[in-house]
Design a protein around this ligand. Structure first.
Ligand code: MG
Length: 330
């Protein structure tokens, strides 16, 4: 009875109670959750960041992570990007009838491991089971709350003559999912960059770095972030291609399938805008976490678009990604 998720596990009766107690609470285990009230009661003093995201990645297990890891990292990172310390997450599961309970456990353990690492508790949630074919294995929604450590970080603070940095090499998550779907996964030595960013951000803030804006380069990749920043600030952005680190494996996959590495999703890599006075210091902190972090360009009122300068010194517009890039990437 307890090898596969059945519709009864979502039915509100004995089987559901078993699933919640023996699988979900057993893994997430904390007092607030265990109290099992209709809402978690939290005490938050001061300004907070609140974010939510749904995760539908396919395949649910991939090189370097799984849907549980992404579901925790995605929301933790969105909170960290606002200069906040993530504290609490919710976890809502929509499970397709027939998912192996062992796979569900593996996914929840991944979530728990990331939360433990990030000092975050999963304090409320929901479980639904839908009939076969009505969703694909499992979808997860997480919402999260964090306390603002440094206020004023956001799109509204972007300004002229500041540096743009990236926290590592780009495109790994997108390339891993693409490779897995095309059956290349085992022949490519590549792991998703999926990781919580709260520690890196905390290090920056504790060192006195005052980022103007930060954004994790998820769907649409670096290209989407830069175009959003250009649109929000009405300022130009000039990026040097030679400063952006892209692994040979990511380049290879992009060549085979006709993708642009700058448009590939990342799940543990972010872009930040920092004053020219602070950018070298910020870079050295980022490089402690990933040696491929770099200052990739600047915001400038002298230009009116996002410009990519090639290794040969030629320039082209870096447009916002369009169309159906890669569905179900996260
Ligand atoms: Mg984000």
């Amino acid at each position: 009875m307890n090898d596969l998720v059945t519709l009864a596990h979502g039915g509100g009766g004995e089987e559901m109670e078993w699933l919640i107690q023996n699988v979900i609470f057993d893994i997430f285990s904390n007092q607030t959750l265990q109290e099992a009230n209709d809402s978690a009661l939290l005490n938050l003093n001061g300004d907070c960041a609140f974010s939510t995201d749904s995760f539908v990645v396919s395949p649910i297990f991939f090189s370097g992570g799984d849907i549980g890891k992404i579901a925790a990292c995605g929301t933790i990172n969105d909170i960290a990007m606002m200069g906040a310390k993530p504290l609490y997450l919710s976890c809502s599961l929509i499970i397709e009838e027939g998912l192996k309970i062992d796979e569900l456990r593996k996914i929840l353990i991944s979530m728990k491991q990331i939360c433990t690492k990030a000092g975050v508790q999963i304090v409320c949630g929901d479980t639904k089971v839908v009939p076969r074919g009505k969703c694909d294995k499992i979808f997860i929604n997480t919402a999260g709350i964090g306390k603002i450590k440094v206020s004023g970080i956001g799109l509204h603070s972007l300004k002229d003559n500041v540096d743009i940095l990236v926290s590592g090499d780009i495109g790994r998550h997108g390339a891993v999912i693409l490779a897995a779907r095309e059956g290349f996964e085992t022949s490519v030595n590549l792991k998703s960059d999926c990781a919580p960013l709260n520690d890196i951000v905390l290090n920056l803030l504790d060192s006195g770095i005052k980022p103007l804006a930060m954004r994790d380069a998820t769907r649409g990749g670096v290209s989407a972030v830069l175009n959003e920043w250009h649109k929000a600030s009405n300022l130009g952005i000039v990026i040097k291609e030679s400063n952006i680190s892209i692994s040979d494996e990511v380049r290879g996959i992009c060549e085979i399938f006709g993708f642009e590495p700058l448009e590939l999703a990342n799940e543990g890599t972010f872009i930040l805008a920092v004053s020219k006075e602070q950018s070298k210091n910020a870079l050295s902190i980022l490089q402690d976490f990933n040696p491929n972090a770099a200052i990739i360009g600047e915001i400038t009122s002298k230009r009116k678009a996002v410009i990519l300068e090639s290794i040969y010194g030629t320039q082209r517009f870096l447009e916002a990604p369009k169309g159906e890039l890669l569905p179900r990437i996260c």
